[in-house]
Design a protein around this ligand. Sequence first.
Ligand SMILES: [Zn+2]
Length: 330
Amino acid sequence: MSIRVVTIPYRADNYAYALINTLRRTAVVVDVGDSRAALSALETAFAGKDYAVEGVMITHHHGDHCAGVRDFLDSFEESRRPPVLGNDLRIPHLTRTLGHGEVVDFAPVGVRARGIFTPYHTLGAMTFAFTLLSDGDAPDTATEFDGRKLGTGSAVPAGHELLFTGDSLFIGGCGRMFEGTGDQLHAAMRRLFPPNECPIAEERRWIFPGHEYTLSNYRFSRSLPVREKLEAEHGPYTPPPAGEAKEPWILAITSEAHHGITQAEEAAARRIAAGMTTVPISASEERETNVFVRASHGMDFPESEQDGQPDAFAAQIHRVTALRGAKDRS
Ligand SMILES: [Zn+2]
């Protein structure tokens, strides 16, 4: 069984996706902001032959992710209209909700979707994690597999997980906090990157975000203060007696992180210059180069450094919220 991911670009920088089973001519679609873009991608993927869409998964209710749902559904005969799944009643034509940790199998396609609730950009935002239903027939090329080729036609190998994050996570960044709080942003980052208990290694998890924001995210991250430079200038950090750390310390990243981000930015720029997308990225690379993920795991500041906050978690929330604020102003 061969399952491929098709990246569907539309508008200035949006991405929707389709998981397609070419043998059975079946598909699951993630987000439909533009029905024509989705339908023409499917036509191309199935070489104009007949196909069935088994499900439409909507990450969140914003128009650029679901405005095309109605026209998309209307393009199929009534008996062949796929169900629309998500976790927000504001999603048009929603037929089924999928909660955190719930799974749904699309047997005709050969994939399983698991819901990861990641509310903060909107209060109903979901990430969908897909795995192959039966790994038996899938090519086991995991060791030499290059996930970045997924969008250009190679098959998903056994034992890998594909995360469709909508606006809950971008490569090198996160969504705006339109409806949620810093606590929820922090929780979402930790759900997407579980500290200990992740059953699938991060080298085998691939992130497919809803927008091509990669270069601007890396540019922002590279502009952040570097901890070692601050220490050279001002001496070691001491939390202010009144509590909360202030800029520039609260936004500081380590020089190692800065170096990794610079390299990731160069690689992303080369891809863009060659007319490619920057999706997907492995979760392991993302953990190293996404400052919001790093801050949510306390990666750029010592455990002891709690900025007068009651505990390490509160300090992480404080920092990731400050980073989001700085990005909004950038
Ligand atoms: Zn959005």
